[in-house]
Design a protein around this ligand. Structure first.
Ligand SMILES: [Zn+2]
Length: 400
């Protein structure tokens, strides 16, 4: 039975992927050097790794099947390699940030190609990937954003810094499609790290504590310019917001019309009150001038009623139109469906991306913005599609 399962695993085609779950590097960081080496070698043999090499032109071999020793590896590189090899993340690129005590965090990028070649490169240690002096004011002075709201968690420098960095990664055209969003800090919803929400009063991105969980063990981007892993979820949600822009605008239009209707409701009562007051003042037998006056006030009541009726119909039309366009696009918005024809959701570089056209688009948008080469490694056509700005032109297109 066991051997059958192994055969099945061996026969399954290896998919290219990006990222990993939490790596629990704190545990690995305590493992003695000799044990790290021993375990890396054991993994390479057990998981049919053909080569381990340091990236470069040409790459430098570090281990191959004919030897049992690892040459020229730094400790952070050993920790990073074992964190990926030990999890058997075949096909993946994992960008590991190894804590180095006072020296800071060392970025090590590890890829495991389907042919069994594991390659890596590392960059200089960095103290921090965030500017914890960032403020809402500084974000607002550069970007068109709404309020920063504390729900049951509090915005701090780290949170502001990842929002600032996330927005800084967008082009002017992309920024125009996500303008005005509010950002809320929420403790947890048990599922998400961040969440874009559209509604009558929402239109915001919730940022949960979970967004910061891997901030000291994973990065995104290159080893020369590593970025905080929280940017991955931020850009994912900004991808949803970008895809949804015309739908969000329909929602805002519908809400504005409903508000106008509400605002004008007292007009009818006021017109009726004006008629009643004047009628009372004029008594049961008004003269001709009084009759004319009442006629005019009566006409004003009719006008207010007609006006309110028009506003109601307009609000009703807009809300129905919005609901209809949401229903018609339930399987994905035009930009998401278009992207699914360029790269199938089932080939998405992450497990979450495989769940739907919407999540696939958001995942790939995030990887493209944070690390275009990582998307290119998995799908060159997808990277070209984003690089050509197709996502912007399709998301910006007017909808019915
Ligand atoms: Zn999503």
């Amino acid at each position: 039975m066991k051997s059958l399962l192994l055969l099945a695993l061996a026969a399954a085609p290896v998919e290219l992927s990006y990222g990993s779950g939490p790596l629990q590097l704190e545990k690995l960081a305590k493992v003695p050097d000799a044990t790290l080496v021993q375990q890396i070698v054991a993994c390479t043999k057990g998981y049919r790794v053909t080569r381990v090499e340091r990236r470069g032109s040409p790459p430098t071999p570090v281990w191959d099947a004919s030897s049992d020793s690892l040459a020229g590896l730094s400790r952070p590189e050993r920790v990073a390699l074992l964190s990926v090899l030990g999890r058997r993340l075949v096909g993946a690129e994992v960008d590991v940030l190894v804590p180095q005590g006072d020296a800071g965090l060392t970025p090590v990028s590890v890829t495991w190609e389907p042919d069994g070649v594991v390659s890596f490169e590392s960059g200089p240690a960095v103290k921090s990937l965030v500017d914890d002096t960032m403020t809402a004011q500084r974000i607002k002075s550069t970007f068109d954003v709404g309020e920063f709201i504390d729900v049951d968690a509090t915005w701090d420098g780290v949170g502001y810094s990842v929002v600032h960095q996330a927005l800084s990664l967008l082009t002017r055209e992309e920024l125009a499609l996500v303008g005005g969003l509010k950002f809320r800090r929420v403790k947890a919803d048990g599922v998400h790290a961040a969440k874009y929400e559209r509604g009558d009063t929402s239109n915001w991105i919730n940022v949960y504590d979970a967004a910061f969980v891997s901030i000291n063990e994973l990065f995104i981007g290159t080893v020369a310019a590593p970025r905080a892993q929280a940017l991955y979820v931020l850009l994912h949600e900004l991808g949803h917001a970008l895809a949804d822009v015309r739908f969000r605008q329909k929602g805002l239009l519908s809400k504005a019309a409903a508000d106008e209707y509400q605002r004008h409701q007292p007009d009818v009562d006021a017109a009726i009150a004006a008629f009643n007051d004047r009628a009372k003042a004029l008594g049961p037998t008004p003269n001709a001038k009084g009759v004319a006056e009442l006629k005019a006030l009566d006409a004003a009541v009719a006008r207010a009623k007609a006006d309110l009726d028009t506003r109601f119909k307009e609000a009703d039309r807009l809300v129905k139109q919005m609901l209809a366009s949401d229903r018609a696009n339930a399987k994905g918005r035009p930009v998401e469906l278009a992207f699914a024809t360029v790269m199938e959701p089932k080939k998405s570089p992450t497990a979450y991306g495989k769940s739907s056209a919407k999540e696939h688009f958001a995942e790939c948008f995030s990887i493209f913005k944070n690390d275009p080469d990582a998307l290119r490694r998995v799908s060159a056509v997808a990277a070209d599609w984003f690089a050509g700005g197709t996502h912007v032109s399709l998301a910006a297109k007017a909808i019915e």
